[in-house]
Design a binder for this molecule. Structure first.
Ligand code: ZN
Length: 414
């Protein structure tokens, strides 16, 4: 590939390496939670990388950063926006979010370097608090922007230390009073494209570096409470026990069985046991079911099958059961026309992008409710995400940047 290839690799490593140096967690991986010192450093990294390419950065009223291609200003319509997020979960990987922001900066920088003139405004966006790792509200910045989240409600949310979102924003130099949606900005957007590392092994199995997204699965979280009776682990006869741990065991197996049957996913990943004593039969177990499926009906079936199996186990073990939905986000279909257009322009460069759905939430899912939105996924050899094992080959990252460059050129420059 010669000089151009080497130049692209160096540019990628320099830009990506700058962000990856921020928030290294001594416990492993990367931790950049929203509105912390690490987040502030990542946002200032974004501002200087944008400035180095001549892009002008501004912040919207939802706390998201927008870097504008000069001369393409924020006031005209038909804006083409690309981007992702800078924050991570605790002990997360280097690529989730970061890859999309870095690729956006490099793609716009490449077009500027080539002397391409945009016909429509172009921006690289870094969305605020996508992961919800601090306040438990994922896709925070993109949903405040679209109005899907009520700002007065979320400003009161607290982190583990009792700091509210409003206090965290103020500490980061952002006035919580001006916080809220920006419908005028949304109405100027013509398209949004998010490039993201794949959080599964779809592209590994297909032997392709880059895919186009079809949609985002519906996702819900339910709290299960199983109540039995605390008793002595030695003296209580088995026949006399009302042990909620047996209900929990049935619940974990039922989640797996229903998900397998319905080609969905379900996880019991969090449990609170009372009194949590090694020589007592437990009194109560609370567990959380995270379940995701391609369609709403499938998710309903999954939860119904889970509930039936848990109630059956509860009946056999003398337990009472309560299952309550804590959150549910609908399935999102990415824009089929925009996706077909991207498919055609990528095929013209020799790529053959397969189409993949995702069971992970993304800012693209928030934007898709208001703006024609598409997603690009870059191959992840481990298929792992939200973990230090998350990775992508340098060559695939370069292919992703080139794909995004082609996409911006197609949407904004002709
Ligand atoms: Zn992400």
């Amino acid at each position: 590939m010669g000089g151009n290839g080497d130049r692209r690799r160096e540019a990628f490593e320099a830009c990506f390496g700058g962000l990856a140096a921020i928030g290294r967690d001594p416990a492993g991986g990367w931790t950049r939670l929203a509105w912390t010192e690490e987040d502030r450093a990542a946002r200032s990294w974004f501002e200087s990388e944008a400035a180095a390419r001549g892009l002008a950065v501004e912040r919207d009223p939802a706390g998201n950063l927008w870097a504008w291609w000069p001369g393409s200003g924020p006031d005209a319509g038909g804006v083409v926006a690309v981007g992702s997020h800078l924050d991570t979960v605790r002990g997360g990987g280097a690529y989730d979010g970061a890859l999309g922001v870095v690729s956006g900066l490099l793609a716009v920088g490449e077009l500027i370097g080539r002397g391409v003139e945009p016909e429509r405004p172009v921006a690289v966006v870094a969305f605020a608090d996508e992961e919800g790792g601090r306040f438990g509200v994922p896709t925070f910045g993109s949903r405040v922007l679209t109005g899907a989240l009520d700002p007065t409600d979320v400003l009161r949310r607290v982190d583990q230390d009792g700091t509210t979102v409003a206090e965290a924003l103020a500490a980061a130099g952002i006035d919580p009073g001006g916080f809220g949606p920006d419908p005028a900005r949304l109405s100027r957007l013509g398209a949004f494209v998010e490039l993201h590392v794949e959080q599964g092994r779809g592209l590994v199995d297909l032997g392709q570096p880059v895919a186009l997204g079809t949609g985002i699965w519906t996702h819900g979280r339910w709290r299960l409470t199983l109540t039995g009776e605390a008793n002595h682990a030695g003296t209580t006869r088995l026949a006399d026990r009302r042990d909620p741990m047996l209900g929990l065991a049935a619940a974990a197996l039922a989640a797996r069985a229903a998900a397998t049957e319905l080609e969905a996913v379900a996880t019991v990943g969090r449990v609170v046991v009372e009194p949590n004593s090694s020589n007592s039969v437990a009194a109560r177990v609370s567990a959380w079911l995270d379940a995701r499926a391609e369609g709403e009906q499938t998710l309903d079936w999954l939860v119904a099958a889970f509930q039936a199996a848990v109630e059956d186990a509860a009946g056999r073990n003398g337990l009472s059961v309560e299952l309550t939905c804590e959150s549910r986000s609908p399935a999102v279909e990415l824009d089929p026309d925009l996706t077909d257009r991207l498919d055609a322009c990528l095929r013209a460069t020799g790529l053959e992008p397969p189409r993949l759905p995702t069971a992970a939430g993304h800012d693209a899912g928030s934007l898709a409710t208001a703006v024609p939105t598409a997603m690009l996924f870059v191959r992840n050899p481990t298929g792992t995400s939200h973990s230090p094992e998350e990775t992508a080959e340098l060559d695939d990252c370069i292919t992703g940047v080139r794909a995004l460059t082609t996409v911006i050129e197609e949407l904004a420059c002709r």
